[in-house]
Design a binder for this molecule. Structure first.
Ligand SMILES: [Zn+2]
Length: 267
């Protein structure tokens, strides 16, 4: 064998070894990625639909992204799918986290994903900062985006005040966009509107100019209200013109926390 051929042989062998080494490395990487995706599947979907969208989890996800609220990552072991991370309050305290559990107090207390687990999922590329935890459909987000800042403020105000109230009164001027967009349902029950907004004497005073009026002070308030509804359409319109009796629509009731949170971000 000539010296030249000898070197060609060596060069070929080296190339082969390098290629084999690269292939082994590639296979290892693939295996690691497969392990990460099977571990992440439980993390992402194992707790039930929209679990991560709940306020409790959303807060933890947000904290995991914020340097002030999460400690420094000491190391990430992709093969074992674990991470060592400092406590945000005491950097001498180091937690070991996986996608299934964590040493921290929060996990011990709740047995549910803590901010460290979100941080690990982020470090592994399982989630990113744009992970959509709004809990809202894109249609609903578009609808909320289309509301004016005033309408958003009104909606937040109503959600703050009437969360557990079936029906409530609002001024027509401020609530009208919310009725039009379907967030509030107008109730056509005039009984409720008149009953809530006027006392018996006020109603009698409104009727005093009506010559054909058949109600008297002896009548009870519901009877007076019924009389106005049945016999005094002009007066009824005038009395009910300023206010709506409304309730939250199913869209709001079914997505209450998500809508409330999303509105806060639009302010
Ligand atoms: Zn933790």
């Amino acid at each position: 064998m000539s010296i030249r051929n000898f070197f060609i042989n060596i060069s070929d062998t080296l190339k082969k070894l390098v290629a084999e080494g690269e292939e082994i490395q590639r296979q290892k990487e693939i295996k690691i990625q497969e392990n990460i995706s099977s571990a992440s599947e439980h993390f992402l979907t194992g707790y039930g639909e929209k679990f991560h969208c709940s306020n409790e989890q959303y807060i933890r996800f947000q904290r995991s992204l914020s340097p002030e609220n999460i400690g420094k990552v000491v190391s990430v072991n992709k093969r074992k799918i674990t991470m060592r991370i400092c406590s945000s309050r005491n950097s001498n305290n180091i937690y070991t986290t996986s996608l299934l559990n964590c040493d921290c107090e929060d996990f011990k207390r709740r047995n549910l994903p803590c901010k460290h687990m979100y941080k690990l999922a982020y470090e592994l590329g399982v989630i990113d900062e744009n992970w959509d935890l709004s809990g809202l459909s894109s249609e609903l987000k578009d609808l909320l985006d289309s509301l004016s800042p005033t309408a958003i403020r009104t909606l937040i105000h109503l959600m703050d005040n009437y969360r557990n109230t079936y029906k409530f009164q609002v001024s027509k001027r401020t609530a009208s966009p919310l009725v039009k967009s379907g967030f509030l349902i107008e109730d056509t029950s005039y009984e409720l509107l008149l009953d809530k907004n006027y006392n018996k004497n006020e109603l009698l005073a409104f009727l005093s100019s009506s010559t054909s009026c058949t109600v008297s002070t002896k009548d009870k308030k519901p009877q007076i209200i019924r009389y106005i509804i049945d016999n005094e359409p002009k007066l009824l319109k005038a009395l009910c013109d300023k206010c709506y009796t409304v309730s939250f629509s199913d869209i709001v009731n079914d997505n209450f926390d998500y809508i409330y949170r999303y509105c806060q971000t639009l302010q």
